[in-house]
Design a protein around this ligand. Structure first.
Ligand code: PGA
Length: 260
C-alpha cells in the first residue's frame, strides 16, 4: 500500500485529482469507479476545475458508482444519482450513456446486480476505483462481516452507517435500510484503488485497514491484498498509524519515476 499523508484534505484532494486526471489523460477511454459521501467532494471539485480550465476531457470515459440506496428514486435529493449529478456529472463532458450507478428501484435485485458486474467487465474493468471509508471500516457499503470476495449485491446497512447519513434523510427513521453495492471482490478487480480519508473520525478505521489483520470485520483491510492501492490521508486520518513517520519518509524520498 502506498500511504500519502498531507497536512489537510485540500492538499490531499489535489493529489487524488492528479492521480485520476493522469489516468484520464493517458487513457482517454478510462473506466473510473466513483464514490459518494463527504470525502470525495473536493476531489470532484478539482476534476471539474481541471475540465473547465485545463480541458481535461471525459468524452471517452466510463464510470461506475459503488453503490445506491434501495427504494430511493434517482431524483430523490439524497440519492447517490443526485449527488453525482450535482457534484460531478453536470459539470463535465462524460456522456450520459457512459455513466453507471446501481438501480435502487430495480424489481429484480439479483438480475440488476449481475448486469452491473457484466457491464463493468464489458467496459474492460475499472482503471481507478475511488473509495472513501466508513468509521466502521466499510468500503462501498460493504459493512463489517462482508465476504472478502463478495460481488455487487444487496446489503443491509448497519445502525452506525445509517446514523452517519441520518441528516440527509431528516433523521434515522428516514434512512433506507438497504443498498446495492459493489462487493469487495468487485473493488479488488480494479487495476488501482485510491482511498481517501479525512478527519479524526476515520483514524481508527484507517489504522485497522493499513496495519491491522486482513479481516471481514474491517472490510477496507482487504486492500492489503491489492497490488496497487494508494491511500491519500490528511494528518488527522493518519493520526493512529503506527508507522506514519515511515510512510511520510517514503513519500518524500520517492524517485520521480515511481510517483503514483
Ligand atoms: P464520508 O463516507 O465520505 O461521508 O465520510 C465515507 C463512507 O462511508 O464510505
Amino acid at each position: 500500500m502506498e500511504i500519502i499523508i498531507q497536512s489537510d484534505s485540500q492538499q490531499a484532494s489535489l493529489i487524488a485529482a492528479s492521480i485520476v486526471a493522469r489516468t484520464v489523460r493517458e487513457k482517454p477511454h478510462a473506466v473510473l469507479g466513483l464514490a459518494t459521501g463527504n470525502t470525495p467532494l473536493q476531489l470532484y471539485r478539482n476534476l471539474v476545475r481541471m475540465h473547465r480550465d485545463e480541458g481535461l476531457d471525459f468524452a471517452g470515459v466510463t464510470s461506475f458508482n459503488l453503490d445506491e440506496y434501495v427504494g430511493i428514486p434517482p431524483a430523490h435529493p439524497s440519492s447517490y444519482h443526485s449527488y453525482m449529478w450535482a457534484h460531478l456529472f453536470s459539470h463535465i463532458n462524460m456522456p450520459k450513456e457512459r455513466i453507471n450507478i446501481p438501480d435502487g428501484l430495480t424489481t429484480d435485485v439479483p438480475a440488476a446486480c449481475r448486469k452491473y458486474e457484466q457491464a463493468i467487465r464489458s467496459a474492460g474493468g475499472i482503471d481507478v476505483q475511488v473509495l472513501g471509508i466508513g468509521s466502521n471500516g466499510h468500503i462501498g457499503f460493504n459493512e463489517p462481516s462482508s465476504s472478502l470476495s463478495s460481488r455487487t449485491r444487496i446489503k443491509t446497512l448497519t445502525e452506525e452507517s445509517r446514523l452517519d447519513v441520518a441528516a440527509a434523510f431528516g433523521g434515522e427513521e428516514g434512512v433506507p435500510t438497504h443498498v446495492l453495492t459493489m462487493g469487495l471482490g468487485t473493488i479488488m478487480d480494479a487495476r488501482k484503488c485510491l482511498l481517501l480519508a479525512f478527519g479524526k473520525k476515520k483514524a481508527r478505521a484507517v489504522a485497522r485497514t493499513v496495519e491491522g489483520p486482513v479481516t471481514a470485520m474491517v472490510p477496507g483491510s482487504v486492500l492489503q491484498l491489492h497490488p496497487r492501492t494508494i491511500l491519500v490521508l490528511d494528518k488527522d486520518a493518519a493520526s493512529e498509524l503506527e508507522m506514519a513517520d515511515y510512510y511520510a519518509w517514503v513519500h518524500e524520498h520517492k524517485p520521480d519515476w515511481q510517483k503514483y
